[in-house]
Design a binder for this molecule. Structure first.
Ligand code: GLY
Ligand code: MN
Ligand code: MN
Length: 447
């Protein structure tokens, strides 16, 4: 069951060895207190989970790639029956060691004594410096180590940022990950369908949000992958709107950006529909425009195509439509190429067309040519897409009331977001089960 996690550790150990060897420390997330005895829901660290499959708090993975020694070692909470009465089951070091396939496991309290010992002879410490919160603890261990061995006899271990190595691995999804992401997308698409069917003028946005949450949990999703956006009317023009407390008026569009987390993998889908079930003529103009931009972006997805191409294709379609519908004035902004060069389109489309998706909703992985060690030139070319990458495609248009812009388009906010797997010969839309064309949406809402 945890073979894929063990295989990932083996691959990472080989990369550590190739980089001169050393010891890696990969802690999971800290628990976070909400107030008094109430905690925020616990969520493990994604990279720790990717390499272990282990979801308990107070745990760390140590990888040893030093001389002949290649080992993966878990540090976790001890099995204490009294704590299990209060907080539930714990694997404990012995149980976790055999079930998850580690070479050794120790109580978490042993980390602060064993790690400095091991680091004393290791050439390098591999650690996600700056990413994980226990940085201060690691620096203290390093100081202890240096003091113990004496700086005259032994320099402190070299520090190597392990995040780029793990992030590159996480960027290319394996079959088990793709299956989980398909399930997450299917549940989220069902939630969007449920929300559309339930929507009526006069409802509050939170009532629609409740339909989404019901479908997520009913199907075993652990939680939303991010705070759901349910934005009616003008609220659809607020990119990160999540108050979700306004009433939907007849004639409003509703923009929903919501996806569940299933098996620790995120889903991220946006759909926009008329709360009364019928698009008005101005809504139809802009919806068809965003849908055409969405399709143009999809058409640019295949192995070997540059990451940025789908954004550029979407921008071109959107900008042409802004001129056609009079959102942008040719006399002021010029022709299409001028609008693109000056970025005048950003008045109505101010975000990127996608991002990597995986264990995190904005997943890890570089967008430009990958650099594993050392300085990264921020102006290096965008990377090429590869089979196994998953990204979102999410063009939109947001028209705030503005003098000179036709009033019929004011307060229309539209985003259409799908999750897309790059395949060997093109792409597969994981979120295909969420209706997207005007015909599909109106038919569903008429049921
Ligand atoms: N829901 C966050 C995003 O679309 O990026
Ligand atoms: Mn997104
Ligand atoms: Mn989204």
């Amino acid at each position: 069951m945890y073979e894929c996690h063990a295989l990932r550790r083996t691959r990472l150990l080989a990369q550590m060895q190739a980089a001169g060897g050393g010891i890696a420390l990969i802690p999971t997330s800290l628990e976070s207190l909400r107030n008094n005895d109430a905690s925020y829901p616990y969520r493990h660290d994604s990279s720790f989970y990717y390499l272990t499959g282990f979801t308990e708090p107070e745990a760390a993975l140590v990888l040893v790639a030093h001389e002949e020694r290649l080992q993966s070692i878990l540090f976790c909470r001890e099995k204490i029956p009294e704590r299990e009465i209060w907080d539930g089951f714990r694997h404990g070091p012995d149980g976790a060691c055999s079930l998850f396939g580690f070479d050794q496991a120790f109580p978490i309290a042993a980390l602060k004594t064993l790690l400095p010992d091991w680091l004393a002879t290791a050439p390098s410490l591999f650690y996600a410096f700056g990413c994980a919160r226990p940085d201060a603890i690691v620096h203290r261990w390093l100081d202890t180590t240096c003091q113990a061995v004496g700086s005259a006899t032994r320099a402190s271990p070299r520090s190597i940022d392990i995040a780029p190595l793990i992030n590159e691995m996480r960027l290319i999804k394996d079959q088990s990950e793709i299956a989980l992401m398909q399930s997450a997308a299917d549940i989220s698409a069902a939630a969007h369908r449920r929300a559309m069917r339930a929507s009526k003028p006069g409802m509050f946005e939170y009532e629609i949000e409740a339909e989404l949450l019901y479908e997520f949990r009913k199907n075993g999703a652990q939680a939303p992958a991010y705070t759901s956006i349910v934005a009616a009317g003008a609220n659809g023009c607020v990119l990160h709107y999540d108050a979700n407390n306004a009433r939907c008026k007849d004639g409003d569009l509703v923009l929903i950006d919501a996806g569940c987390e299933f098996g620790s993998y995120a889903s991220d889908i946006s759909r926009t529909y008329p709360v009364n079930g019928r698009f008005s003529a101005p809504q139809r103009d802009l919806y068809e425009l965003v849908l055409a931009a969405h399709q143009a972006a999809l058409d640019a997805i295949a192995p070997g195509r540059p990451y940025l191409e789908s954004h550029e294709k979407a921008v071109r379609v959107l900008a042409a439509g802004m001129l056609e519908f009079g959102l942008l004035d040719r006399n002021m902004c010029g022709e299409l190429d001028d609008v693109i060069a000056s970025q005048a389109y950003r008045q109505f489309y101010m975000h990127g067309t996608g991002h990597w998706l995986g264990l995190d909703v904005h997943d890890v992985g570089q967008y430009r040519e990958p650099v594993l060690f050392g300085e990264k030139d921020p102006a290096r070319p965008h990377r090429k897409l590869e089979a196994g990458m998953v990204l979102t495609v999410e063009p939109g248009i947001y028209v705030r009331p503005t003098p000179g812009v036709p009033e019929k388009y004011w307060n229309i906010g539209i985003r259409i977001e799908d999750e897309v797997l790059v395949t060997a010969d093109g792409y597969h839309v994981l979120s295909h089960a969420a209706p997207k064309s005007i015909g599909e949406i109106e038919a569903l809402m008429a049921q």
